[in-house]
Design a protein around this ligand. Structure first.
Ligand SMILES: [Zn+2]
Length: 341
């Protein structure tokens, strides 16, 4: 596995101890080095291997340096329904709306084939079913709070709808939630805008951001009618404030999107439904989900985001990863492994 040197240098790795260092410009410095990341449990080690002479110069390369870059995201509070972490200057809180049990047949092998007796033993079942956590995530920049997804409220099974308790437990003032964004418009992500008793969950909501391709889907949801006019579209490449940019992750739904949050050199991908069954889909990312609108596209998006998380040292936060749903992705064999935080 190789990462383009410029890519790594941009992230703060610098090449040192050249001979004679001061006489090489940036282009030459990057010309012939290969950086190979070696992942350890809590850090990334980068071996910078100098592979001969620097292009267009007579200089030889002198040494091999090893850099260690810590990935920092510390848990600072937790409870039954919430887990709060630092990410640079931000606080990221995982909020547990609840869970939903799904039949094993939702998992699909290549060719849209459900599993039967061939279900890998690593897949954890509860009462013969897959239990999916349902999580939302809050980003607190010290002034205001942005919420990514909102859970199901009372619009689906009664095993969900705990978001208000989670927010309360986390000490998050709902009056400070000014922005709500949806990774996509499935019911376990959007209905938390409205409390079970019909009141607004976020009285000072000023911005409601919905994937452009799903505005129509959102505006077809009768229970959320009073928010239809407020919804504004976003798309891949957009930025939301100074810390968040959007990465397209279409497939599970037509506008399914990932929110990359950056602060202090750290990054987290709040990636919605990129993985539904963590006990299987890191190890076998080709496995899809019956409710993926476009299974091939969902598979491609999952592989792309897993690679991005592993190689670009991003933490991940998933709507259906087991609570708290936050951790690291590392490459493992030809696939990936999730290390929860
Ligand atoms: Zn979902």
């Amino acid at each position: 596995m190789e990462i383009h040197p410029a890519h790594r240098v941009r992230q703060g790795l610098t090449v040192r101890r050249w001979s004679p260092a001061n006489e090489l410009d940036e282009k030459h410095r990057l010309a012939d080095c290969i950086i190979r990341p070696r992942q350890a449990q809590h850090a990334q080690l980068a071996w910078i291997e100098f592979t001969g002479r620097v292009a267009d110069t007579g200089y030889s390369l002198q040494t091999v340096d090893i850099y260690r870059t810590e990935r920092r995201m510390h848990r600072i509070a937790s409870g039954e329904f919430h887990w709060t972490y630092t990410l640079g200057d931000l606080r990221i809180t995982a909020l547990r709306d609840g869970y939903v049990d799904m039949p094993v047949g939702r998992l699909r092998q290549n060719g849209d084939k459900p599993f039967g007796d061939d279900l890998p033993p690593q897949v954890a079942l509860i009462g013969g079913q897959l239990r999916l956590s349902v999580n939302a995530f809050a980003i607190d920049d010290g002034n205001e709070i942005t919420l990514i997804d909102t859970g199901a409220s009372n619009a689906w099974h009664p095993t969900m709808g705990r978001l208000p308790e989670a927010l309360d437990e986390a000490g998050i003032d709902v009056e400070k939630v000014h922005t709500v964004c949806f990774t996509h418009t499935h019911l376990d992500h959007i209905h938390g805008l409205v409390l079970a008793d019909g009141r607004d969950a976020f009285p000072r909501l000023a911005r409601l951001l919905v994937p452009r391709q799903e505005l129509g889907l959102f505006r077809a949801v009768a229970r959320l009618k009073r928010f239809h006019g407020m919804a504004r579209p976003f798309e891949a490449g957009d930025s939301i404030g100074t810390h968040v940019d959007i990465i397209g992750a279409h497939g599970h739904e037509v506008g399914h999107s990932c929110f990359r949050v950056s602060s202090g050199g750290e990054r987290i991908l709040i990636w919605g439904d990129t993985v539904h069954v963590p006990s299987l889909q890191f190890d076998r990312p080709e496995v899809t989900w019956e409710f993926d609108g476009d299974q091939d596209q969902a598979r491609e998006s999952r592989l792309r985001l897993l690679a991005l998380a592993a190689d670009d040292l991003c933490f991940v936060a998933g709507a259906h990863l087991d609570s708290p749903g936050i951790g690291r992705v590392v490459r493992s064999g030809g696939a990936f492994r999730f290390e929860p935080l």
